[in-house]
Design a protein around this ligand. Structure first.
Ligand code: HDD
Length: 735
């Protein structure tokens, strides 16, 4: 089998791209139906002769009640919808596989993490949090990253987000958080947006959210693609080995394509032009064989080091800086098959943080503990009863036997008389397994405590990691955070809420607060008798819940900035070639071939659909017309030479807008020197050096040359950089 280097240098096997069958896909086949060459029937197998007309008393008469075919069809239709998820309603999913590189037996006895030969099927669902099922993929929001591992020892669900921390420290606040962020209850506005009063009212009263809200206002909340997001298990979990030794662990997913985002202006435009942008991107990548890949990372902390940090490992508003505990990349996940049916798979999949397998265990993180209750409960409502584990996408590939019986829509036909334990009539079966036989045993953590309803003082540092995150950002990333707060708080109507938020921001970074205050034309409140934290129990001692303000443990952490991400390839990047009749075929095809050879997806865009006729009379297919697409769907744009093509584009407002907008969104732009006329018609041409300059790279990310080979090389290098955020500074681009 071919070997490839993983990011940390470990050789690891490459998944066979042509074989997407695995134990779970085989399992699903028994429920997969295909109507090709089959007659149409009722649900009860009776062949249907007329699906066009209901049964009537005369061809103009009333419909007859006895029409069982009509009644069955309409009744089923009436019941097609189920409640959408109360959070994470909007999502997209894919099948794939996971393989560990080397045995992690020293840390865990979980089979899928100890045997590098096992290929574990996975089903992964990405989502936004706040919006409804039909809302835009491009909301400014955290993204869900939920992975179901169908292991040979049962299902393990890692139900995480693309942000390593959370808003709240205790699950009891979750309904409040979600009520605040969802559309307001009187008028159900705004959809899939946090820029409204109830959200910021809550956040401004709850300083424990400061770290997460800084992440959510960063570019992490507007990813370029689900394929270019990190994933995090958020909580500290435990790994437990065969000897019963436990280590604390944080789970990470590291995308092999790097972590990339888009511009907020772009996100808003895409929301209108293609709200399915991320869904389409994931689907198309898998259909075209460009399988998305992530490495599973772990940060491991020995039990003895639990109290070594200046934050509490049980506090889900904290991350472990990678400088303190490096992320070890231990395996790879590849998504290689799109679902056959959205409802049956993506909608009905039921994740649960409580689905763990021997070798993995929980910690006492109070957010995690509360989640353990919520996920089963929500499926009972959403999927309609206690047998949702039997829905094909949810059932394990590991055999499942117990004495649970009956209930709505029971599928399994259990044989025998004994549905209780102990029994003698069933030979004592199903029998229990001791830990030596793979039975799950909880980590025997010693607990010796009073029963109290309190927050640990070790949870009260709410700002130092928010400051660390902010300080770790590049200059453009910081500007985007300032802009995001200014946008969101600018949409808030209540001035006291805006002011309260400024007080919190001042604790994160005074520069950040000052910039946002400037945008809002407000002053940062200096004196206030109001406590910063208003999430305080009635009998708490005054001040006992106020945040402890302390300096970050380190100045910066490189892993927190996207500026340091993977920028060495252009695989799956979307590149537009603007052309019209009379294009120079060599100028178009040389660059197209060079980009395609590097894994980019290239589309020819012309004023009209169909094809264009090149100077050598060949017909070049057109993928999209200027009417049906826009620059926001592409990572880069190229204009080939050809006198007539260039003249057409120069006179075409949509083509010039396309280029100006690509420039505004900081994308790589290239032109054959023979197409200079088109570039000269743009706003940004005045920013370029004079044409007599010999430089191929005219300015950051703008490549113009008549040497196509040189042009291709420099253009590819520019696309790999993803964005040239420096261009945003003047903010004068009229696109
Ligand atoms: Fe949750 C869904 C992630 C806290 C209650 N959650 C849900 C999904 C993801 C997360 C990715 C969608 C799964 C899917 O695709 O079907 N949730 C998180 C993370 C959290 C978190 C990373 C904090 C670290 N969640 C959280 C709390 C509660 C819930 C504290 C309740 C106390 N979450 C739910 C839920 C959902 C859900 C209501 C809605 C649909 C579902 O479970 O299946 O039970």
């Amino acid at each position: 089998m071919a070997k490839k280097q993983s990011a940390d240098g470990t050789p690891h096997p490459v998944t066979n791209p042509n074989n997407t069958e695995n134990a779970k896909t085989k399992d699903l086949q028994s429920n997969t139906s295909d109507a090709t060459d089959q007659p149409m029937t009722t649900n009860h197998g009776v062949k249907i002769s007329d699906d066009q007309n209901s049964l009537k008393a005369g061809d103009r008469g009333p419909s007859l009640l006895e029409d069982f075919i009509l009644r069955e069809k309409i009744t089923h239709f009436d019941h097609e919808r189920i409640p959408e998820r109360v959070v994470h309603a909007r999502g997209s999913a894919a099948h794939g596989v996971f393989k560990v590189y080397q045995s992690q037996a020293a840390l865990t006895k979980a089979g899928f993490l100890t045997n590098p030969d096992i290929e574990t099927p996975v089903f992964v669902r990405f989502s936004t949090v706040a919006g409804s099922r039909g809302s835009s993929d491009l909301a400014r929001d955290a993204r869900g990253f939920a992975v179901k591992f169908y292991t040979q020892e049962g299902n393990f669900d890692l139900v995480g987000n693309n942000i390593p921390v959370f808003f709240i420290q205790d699950a009891i606040k979750f309904p409040d958080l979600i009520h605040a962020v969802k559309p307001e209850p009187d008028n159900e506005m705004p959809q899939a947006a946090s820029a409204h009063d109830t959200f910021w009212d809550f956040i401004s009263l709850l300083p424990e959210s400061a770290h997460m809200i800084t992440w959510v206002m960063s570019d992490r909340a507007i990813p370029r693609s689900y394929r270019m997001m990190e994933g995090f298990g958020v909580h500290t979990f435990r790994l437990v080995n065969a000897e019963g030794v436990s280590h604390f662990v944080k789970f990470h997913w590291k995308p092999l394509l790097g972590v990339h985002s888009i511009a907020w202006d772009e996100a808003q435009i895409i929301s209108g032009k293609d709200p399915d942008f991320h869904r389409r991107d994931l689907w198309n990548a898998i259909e075209s064989g460009s399988y998305p890949e992530w490495e599973l990372g772990i940060q491991v902390v020995p039990e003895a080091d639990e109290h070594k940090f200046d934050f509490d490992l049980l506090d889900p508003t904290k991350l472990i800086p990678e400088e303190l505990v490096p992320v070890q990349r231990i395996g790879k996940m590849t998504l290689n098959r799109n679902p056959d049916n959205f409802f049956a798979e993506t909608e009905q999949v039921a994740f649960h943080i409580g689905h763990i397998v021997p070798g993995i265990d929980f910690t006492n993180d109070p957010l995690l503990q509360g989640r353990l209750f919520s996920y089963t409960d929500t499926q009972l409502l959403r999927l309609g009863g206690p047998n949702f584990h039997e829905i094909p996408i949810n059932r394990p590939i590991a055999p499942a036997h117990n004495n649970q019986r009956d209930g709505h829509m029971r599928q399994e036909i259990n044989r025998g008389k004994a549905s209780y334990h102990p029994n003698s009539l069933g030979g004592g079966c199903p029998f229990q397994s001791g830990k030596m036989q793979g039975g799950f045993t909880s980590y025997p953590e010693r607990i010796d405590a009073h029963k109290v309803r309190e927050r640990s003082p070790s949870f009260l540092d709410h700002f130092s990691q928010a400051t660390l995150f902010y300080n770790s950002q590049s200059e453009p990333e910081k500007n985007h955070i300032i802009d995001a707060f200014s946008f969101e708080l600018g949409k808030v109507q209540s001035v006291p809420i805006r002011e309260r938020m400024l007080r919190i921001l001042a604790k994160v970074d005074s520069g950040l607060a000052t910039h946002v205050a400037y945008a809002l034309r407000l002053h940062i409140p200096k004196q206030s008798n109001e406590p910063l934290n208003q999430a305080v129990p009635a009998d708490a001692a005054p001040g006992s819940y106020e945040p402890v303000v302390k300096a970050p443990s380190q100045a910066t952490s490189a892993a927190l900035s996207m500026a340091h991400t993977v920028k060495d390839n252009i695989r799956t990047r979307q590149v537009a070639i603007l052309a019209a009749d009379g294009v120079d075929a060599t100028s178009l095809l040389t660059i197209k071939d060079a980009l395609t050879a590097q894994g980019a997806v290239v589309e020819v865009i012309a004023p009209r659909q169909g094809y264009i006729i090149a100077t050598d009379d060949q017909q070049i297919p057109v993928d999209k017309s200027l009417l049906t697409t826009a620059s926001v769907f592409y990572d880069a744009v190229y204009v080939p030479a050809g006198t007539n093509s260039v003249a057409t584009l120069e006179a075409e407002a949509d083509a010039i807008h396309f280029l100006n907008e690509a420039f505004k969104h900081c994308k790589a732009i290239a032109a054959d020197k023979g197409a200079l006329q088109v570039i000269e018609a743009t706003y940004f041409s005045r920013k370029l050096p004079p044409d007599n300059s010999d430089e191929t790279v005219k300015s950051q990310g703008i490549v113009i040359s008549d040497n196509l080979k040189k042009l291709a090389t420099q253009f590819i290098a520019a696309i790999a950089q993803h964005r040239f955020w420096e261009r945003e500074k003047p903010r004068k681009i009229p696109a």
